[in-house]
Design a protein around this ligand. Structure first.
Ligand SMILES: C[S@@+](CC[C@H](N)C(=O)[O-])C[C@H]1O[C@@H](n2cnc3c(N)ncnc32)[C@H](O)[C@@H]1O
Length: 272
């Protein structure tokens, strides 16, 4: 992927409240832990939600892993070094993570809004599962909104001039479109991986935006990172203007605009 460090913490944080709710819904799926758990948060980003998780469940140790140095730079100050409650952050690839080198098993593997960036979810989830202690839990949230015009219009625009001729490399495909499975496939996968209890659901989040064109502000922090990585900066304003106009043409000029955003939340617990 070319998106390794096109993450901009400030842009991503613009819709903090909307992005926090699915995380809280994911936490609500967790079963109580018999003792202070050992946690890994894969694709932890700025670490703000990692810290919330760490504090809320009273984790013994939490490790946040991300592959973006810019995100980790924000996360660093959120580390905790108290006796019995250690939170740290490290550079790493969630696709390859298998718990090797952690020194001990993990009681919770959590990934919020991050797994969709990598392919082969059966393989990745098998590696994460292998790192779980008996009774360990897995909690994952992925967007599932690739079929909304907010995303399909970006795919359309990059095939148009003057953008297509100016690209410095092919635009990576929308990771949600190519990587995210259907909810029932995650349910089957959790069954195949031996989870004794599970919960899988598709949830539609209603995001209240000022108007239709504001959808472009939302995608600026996520899916547009793929375009910014390969489109010369001087063409970005024109791309943004055409994108906003196309959104209004397709979705109507609505003010406010209710942006429906589908997400898949899934949770599983290993046999004790
Ligand atoms: C949408 S942000 C979510 C951050 C955080 N989990 C949250 O909920 O606020 C996605 C994060 O996944 C990270 N990421 C994407 N692919 C990754 C990979 N292969 N390995 C590690 N981190 C990755 C990005 O750098 C980014 O910080």
């Amino acid at each position: 992927m070319t998106t390794t460090d096109t993450w901009d913490p400030a842009t991503y944080d613009r819709f903090k409240a909307e992005r926090t709710q699915p995380f809280l819904d994911l936490l609500a799926l967790l079963a109580p832990f018999p003792s202070a758990p050992r946690v890994v948060d894969l694709g932890c980003g700025t670490g703000e939600l990692t810290r919330l998780l760490h504090d809320r469940i009273g984790a013994a140790r939490t490790l946040g892993i991300d592959r973006s140095p810019a995100m980790l730079a924000e996360a660093g100050p959120r580390a905790v070094d108290e006796p019995g409650h250690h939170l740290s952050f490290a550079l790493g690839d969630l696709a390859a993570w298998d718990g090797e080198g952690e020194g001990e098993d993990t009681d919770l593997v959590l990934a919020n809004a991050a797994l969709h960036w990598v392919p082969d979810h059966p393989g990745v989830l098998a590696r994460w599962t292998a790192a779980l202690a008996p009774g360990g839990q897995l909690a994952v949230q992925v967007p599932a909104n690739a079929d909304h015009p907010s995303h399909t219009l970006i795919a359309e625009l990059v095939t148009e001039e003057p953008f297509v001729s100016a690209l410095t490399a092919p635009v990576d495909p929308d990771p949600v479109a190519v990587n995210v499975l259907r909810p029932e496939q995650y349910a089957e996968l959790l069954g195949d991986l031996g989870y004794e209890a599970q919960h899988v659901r598709l949830q539609v989040y209603a995001h209240h935006l000022a108007g239709t064109a504001a959808v472009a502000d939302w995608t600026a922090g996520t899916t547009m990172t793929r375009v910014r990585a390969v489109l010369p900066a001087d063409l970005l304003p024109e791309f943004d203007a055409r994108y906003r106009a196309r959104l209004v043409a397709v979705l109507g000029d609505r003010q406010p605009y209710l942006y429906p955003f589908k997400r898949i939340l899934f949770w599983g617990r290993r046999p004790s």
